[in-house]
Design a protein around this ligand. Structure first.
Ligand code: FEO
Ligand code: CA
Ligand code: CA
Length: 563
C-alpha cells in the first residue's frame, strides 16, 4: 500500500539463513581506500582508528588467526540472506499463539527487542515492540473505508509482547501458555507517571507506534511511541494555548471510531516484563520517540539519550532526579553547534516561561520548547547507543531529503570528561552513508560484548532498489569493527527479504544469540494475489513480520569478518 508516513518506512527481508554465503560473493562496490576511510571517519575520529588501518588483504594474508568470514554483497532476493558463520531460526511470527486458548497472540510489525534473563541461563523473557499495521493484511483494503471491527483488530496488533522463551539444544522457542506471556496493545489502559492529569485523564487507552526502546538499569523495558499522529492525529496549538485536532497525518484513521486525545501518545512507556506493570513517562517529553538508551551515572542517577525521528528534529538527554526511577528529572536538548545540553526546565529556562504555562505544558509540546531553547535540528535522529569501551554516544541520523542528505550518517557525541551528567560535549561525524562506505539510512544500533557496532539500515520500502538507493538493494544488517584491521569499515552480514527492514537487534547476555526483527516484508503489496514477498514461509503464503534468533561463530568472532 502507499501509506503516507512522515517517516520513511524501510523494508528489509532476510532469508532463513541458509548461508548462501558465496552465492553473493564478489567484492562490494564500495570498498574504501585509506584516503576515503579517513575522510569518512570524520575529524577527530580518523586519527585514533586509522592508525590501526590495514588493507583488507592483510586479514587474509595473516592466517593463523582462526577462520574468517566473508561479508555479503547487497541482495534483492526475497530471503533473509546471511553471511557465512551465521544462521537464523524463526522464533516468533505474526499471529503465533502465546496461550493455549489462542486469545493471546504475537502482534504485527515487530521492532525493538529486549531480552531479560530468568534464573536459568537458557530461559528468559523477550520484549518485542509492534510498531504499526498494514490495512491489506487486516481489512483487505488500502487506507480508508475500514470498519470499527477492522480498526479494533489493527489496534490489537500493535503495542508490544512479553514472551517467555527457552533454549533447548541451541534452539530458542516460545513457552506456550507461560504466565509471563502478555500483550500490551492500543486498547490497554496505561497510567501516566505524572502528578497532573494529561488532557484531563490519569491514564491513556493504549500504546501505539512502538518503535525502538531501551532497558533500564533496574530491568524494565522502555518502549517508544514514534509516529503517534498516525493513529489519532495531533493537536495544533495557537499562541494563546488553545488547541485543535488535525488529522491530515492520521493515516491509520483510528480517530474515526475512537476519540482518544493525541496528548496521550508520543511518550516513552516503561514496562516491567516480569510483573506486567506499565506507565507512560511524561518527564521524558512528547515527540516522535525513536529509542531510549540508558546509562547509570556515577551517583546512581539514570541518564537517557533519545532521538526524535523527524526531519529537522532534535537529540535529547534526560537526567533522573534519583536512582531507580525515571518518573521525574530534567530534560535537555542538544545544541550540537556549541556542544551544550540546553535545559527544558520551565523553572530554570526563562525563554520557556515566556511561551508556556507550566512544565506539563513544556513536556506536551517538547518540539516547540526545544526550538525556543536553541536545540539543533538534525537529519532524523534514529537509534542511539553508547560505546561500552569509550563511553562515546553514537547517534544514527538516517537521512533528510530536505537537506539533500539521502544516505544519512553516524554522529559521535563525547561528553566532557566522559561524564553522562556533563552539560558540555563535543560532536563529530563518525561515518557517512553513501556508496563509498556501503550503507544508507542507518537506523538501529547495537554494540556486541566485544565492543563492535552492529547496525541496521532503513531505506524506505518505496525507495529500495530505486534511483540513488539502487546500489544498496534490500535493507541490511552490518557490522562495524571498532578495532583491528577493519576498524571503521561497514561490512554487510545480512540482507532483508523484499520490502522489509531489519530492526531491534539485541544480543543475549552470553553473546551467542542476536535477536532481530524482520519488519514489514511485502509492505509494497497492494493485492493479496500479487504479493511482493512470501517471507518467511515461501510458496504463495502471505508475508509475516517475525523475530529471528541468529547464532553462529561469526557472533563470537566478529573481528574475523573480511571483505
Ligand atoms: Fe520506527 Fe524511526 O523508525
Ligand atoms: Ca527505527
Ligand atoms: Ca526508521
Amino acid at each position: 500500500m502507499k501509506r503516507v508516513r512522515v517517516v520513511f518506512i524501510t523494508v528489509v527481508c532476510f532469508d532463513q539463513g541458509l548461508g548462501l554465503p558465496l552465492a553473493f560473493g564478489g567484492k562490494p562496490r564500495w570498498r574504501l581506500d585509506r584516503r576515503d576511510f579517513i575522510r569518512f571517519m570524520g575529524r577527530g575520529t580518523a586519527a585514533g582508528i586509522a592508525i590501526q588501518f590495514l588493507p583488507a588483504w592483510a586479514d587474509r594474508a595473516r592466517g593463523g588467526a582462526g577462520r574468517s568470514f566473508r561479508a555479503i554483497s547487497p541482495s534483492s532476493d526475497d530471503a533473509l540472506v546471511l553471511a557465512e558463520g551465521l544462521k537464523a531460526d524463526v522464533l516468533l511470527r505474526w499471529g503465533d499463539a502465546l496461550d493455549h486458548q489462542g486469545d493471546l497472540y504475537f502482534g504485527y510489525n515487530c521492532d525493538y527487542t529486549a531480552y531479560f534473563p530468568l534464573p536459568s541461563i537458557n530461559e528468559g523473557l523477550l520484549w518485542v515492540n509492534h510498531e504499526y499495521t498494514h490495512p491489506l493484511f487486516f481489512s483487505t483494503s488500502t487506507v480508508g473505508g475500514k470498519s470499527r471491527e477492522q480498526t479494533e483488530l489493527e489496534m490489537r496488533n500493535v503495542g508490544g509482547s512479553v514472551v517467555h522463551i527457552r533454549r533447548d539444544h541451541g534452539l530458542w522457542q516460545p513457552v506456550l501458555g507461560s504466565p509471563y506471556n502478555r500483550r500490551f496493545d492500543a486498547l490497554t489502559h496505561i497510567p501516566f507517571a505524572w502528578p497532573e492529569p494529561i488532557d484531563g485523564m490519569a491514564s491513556a487507552v493504549g500504546t501505539v507506534q512502538n518503535c525502538a526502546g531501551g532497558v533500564t538499569p533496574w530491568n524494565t523495558v522502555l518502549s517508544c511511541e514514534e509516529n503517534y499522529q498516525s493513529a489519532f492525529g495531533d493537536y495544533a496549538y495557537d499562541h494563546g494555548g488553545g488547541k485543535r485536532l488535525v488529522t491530515d497525518k492520521a493515516v491509520d484513521e483510528w480517530y474515526l471510531y475512537f476519540n482518544h486525545s493525541p496528548e496521550h501518545y508520543g511518550w516513552v512507556v516503561e514496562i516491567n516484563p516480569f510483573t506486567g506493570t506499565a506507565k507512560k513517562l511524561i518527564s521524558l517529553g512528547r515527540f516522535c520517540h525513536e529509542g531510549a538508551t540508558t546509562v547509570e551515572a556515577a551517583d546512581g542517577r539514570c541518564v537517557v539519550y533519545m532521538g526524535d525521528d523527524a526531519a529537522g528534529e532534535c537529540i535529547y538527554k534526560f537526567i533522573s532526579d534519583r536512582p531507580g526511577s525515571l518518573d521525574s528529572g530534567e530534560l535537555y536538548v542538544a545544541d550540537t553547534f556549541n556542544g551544550r545540553w540546553l535545559s527544558l526546565s520551565f523553572e530554570r529556562n526563562a525563554k520557556l516561561q515566556a511561551h508556556f504555562k507550566s512544565q506539563t505544558d513544556v513536556l506536551l509540546r517538547t518540539r516547540e520548547a526545544a526550538r525556543i531553547a536553541g536545540g539543533t535540528p538534525q537529519d532524523r535522529p534514529e537509534d542511539i547507543k553508547i560505546d561500552p569501551l569509550t563511553g562515546a554516544v553514537i547517534v544514527a541520523l538516517t537521512n533528510n531529503k530536505a537537506n539533500k542528505n539521502l544516505f544519512g550518517s553516524l554522529l559521535k557525541i563525547e561528553e566532557a570528561g566522559g561524564d553522562p551528567l556533563a552539560m558540555d560535549f563535543s560532536s563529530s561525524v563518525f561515518l557517512m552513508g553513501g556508496e563509498a562506505s556501503g550503507f544508507a539510512c542507518p537506523d538501529n544500533l547495537a554494540f556486541d560484548r566485544h565492543g563492535h557496532l552492529w547496525m541496521t539500515s532503513d531505506i524506505s520500502s518505496s525507495a529500495v532498489g530505486k534511483k540513488e538507493y539502487a546500489p544498496f538493494k534490500n535493507n541490511g544488517l552490518f557490522v562495524i569493527p571498532m578495532r583491528g584491521a577493519n576498524a571503521g569499515r561497514v561490512l554487510q552480514v545480512a540482507s532483508a527479504p523484499v520490502d522489509a527492514e531489519l530492526t531491534g537487534p539485541f544480543f543475549s547476555p552470553d553473546g551467542n544469540t542476536l535477536f532481530l526483527s524482520i519488519q514489514h516484508p511485502g509492505e509494497e503489496s497492494t493485492d493479496l494475489n500479487r504479493l511482493t514477498s512470501h517471507w518467511p514461509d515461501g510458496g504463495t503464503s502471505i508475508p509475516k513480520p517475525s523475530v529471528v534468533a541468529i547464532s553462529g561463530p561469526l557472533l563470537r568472532h566478529p573481528e574475523r569478518i573480511i571483505f
